[in-house]
Write a protein that binds this ligand. Sequence first.
Ligand SMILES: [Zn+2]
Length: 163
Amino acid sequence: MNGFIADSMLGKLAKWLKIAGHDVIYQKESNRAGLLKIAQKENRIILTRDTHISYDNMLFVESEMLWEQVEQVFRNYRAPHEKRKFSRCILCNEELVIIEKKNVKGKVPPYVFKAHDNFLLCPSCGRIYWEGSHYKNMIKMLDKILVSINRGDRRDENRRETQ
Ligand SMILES: [Zn+2]
């Protein structure tokens, strides 16, 4: 399989799967025929909340809660590898590449430049990523989900952090 395609109702899920390092295309506009076409052409698993879609290679996402959605995908397919986290652009789904610190000067806020040494670049949109507090919080949330999956239970604290 070559990753996922998420339907228009699953934008947040698509974003979080990308943060986890999965290859995910997000279809902004609702278009069943288009969704199926891309899934077939690129051999992608359809993630959908649309009960009218029927396809061999799809996952019907049951919950409306983001964390439960992420958990369902991780449970059904494989959870991300440690090294894959934050390996893709959240906007473009493109694989990030390392960019030298001297080359980001002036492209990130000065306090960020001062505080960090490692930067990643999206070759497609030019967005620069670094391991700031936002990054750390996202990793923490992902790890929480992974721990709960490993334990095989569903804790209420995961549900509270839907936003
Ligand atoms: Zn990008």
